[in-house]
Design a protein around this ligand. Sequence first.
Ligand code: S3P
Length: 439
Amino acid sequence: MKQFTVNPLSNPIKTTISVPSDKSISHRSIIIASIANGKTEIKNFLPSQDCLNTLKIMQQLGVEINYFNNYETITVYGKGLHSLSESKNILNCGNSGTTIRLLSGLLSGQNFLSILTGDDSLLNRPMGRVIEPLTLMGAKIAGREHNTKAPIVISPSVLHAITYEMPVSSAQVKSGIMLAALQAKGETKIIEKEKSRDHTERMLSAFGATIKYEKNEIIIGSEQKLTAQSIFVPGDISSAAFFMAACSIIPQSEIVLQKVLVNPTRTGIINALKKMGVKIEFTNKKEISGEPIADIFVTSENLTAIEIKGNSVPLLIDEIPILCIIMAQAKGRSIIKDAKELRFKESDRIKTMAQVLKKLGVEINELEDGLEIEGLAGKPFTIDPSIEWPKHSDHRIAMSVAIAGLKANEPVLVPGTEWISTSFPNFDKLINQLHMAAV
Ligand code: S3P
């Protein structure tokens, strides 16, 4: 995607939007179908760069995967957990934390050597959090900088079950451990203090695995029979959030977002927006492939400041950059805390958003684990020429700036738009749709 300019909107938006498919579920559909038995058909897969990296890697590991209609339909011929084969090449996860952390777990139990790497951003992200528990399970796994960073090298080993209390809330790490647990002797217990997204649990169950739950423990044994399924990937609530934001900051707007995932481990952004005063309703609610989906009807209202902290943070962790833009339009001082994890995403999202907000003329205070944001009470953002846009390799920062551009005092040349395709290939077209729909 080339750099693009977003022009301010002066009229309310009234439109219906189909957002791209869920990234987390798309990754898992390819990985789990690859280790199941039989032909899985995946409909509505997300052909973003991150998910295509996962698809390519599973092909490099010997799985037959075919795709049709620009990846609209994918068929995966799984032959079970022990059918993967050694790749001749290093496996390149690109910008994708989900790919590297889930596959570290899966490959730890395999009988061959694997080397996982990624782009500059991924090489700087913490990998000790997945290497540590896998090592406790008996994996022979090593990483650069004393086992804290990728590239990651995994040699054959025999895994055993562990009981593991998650030190940070991370669905990627939890899922990596679960995929290793399928190959470990005994029952693995994962204790989560704060619940993270549960798509791996739901999809493994949909494929026939038995998973037990006790309070905040997930218990999973090996020798599970996974059988091929038909999967439909719903719209990504993290992508939908950018359009909920557009609707929230442009007065008198109404947007319907179709067929969006509304899994309660992902709907923190909806709870936050409702608290700020935005009207949100679900219609056509149903369950598909073990996940709840609905159409989401958003109506803008005056925004009031809120505080986000504690166990509500994992439920909207990816939406915090765009939530900062919404908070910056609210009346009053909003606070985000207990969100240090943001510093370890595709960019340091606390630092990057602090700079974005300053550039947008917003008064902020950067905290170690969050931000305080003084809302403009609906006044347009005023671009400060004395401040640079931050340099970053982060799709969600670029999209957040683009949405802020709809409410700025001048057109905004969005920095880092080339990263948007990691999760949202047609984002620029949907921004154009908003302009066409502003009447
Ligand atoms: C993801 C989990 C989250 C999220 C990421 C996708 C997943 O990361 O931020 O975008 O698909 O499991 P963490 O596991 O690091 O919290």
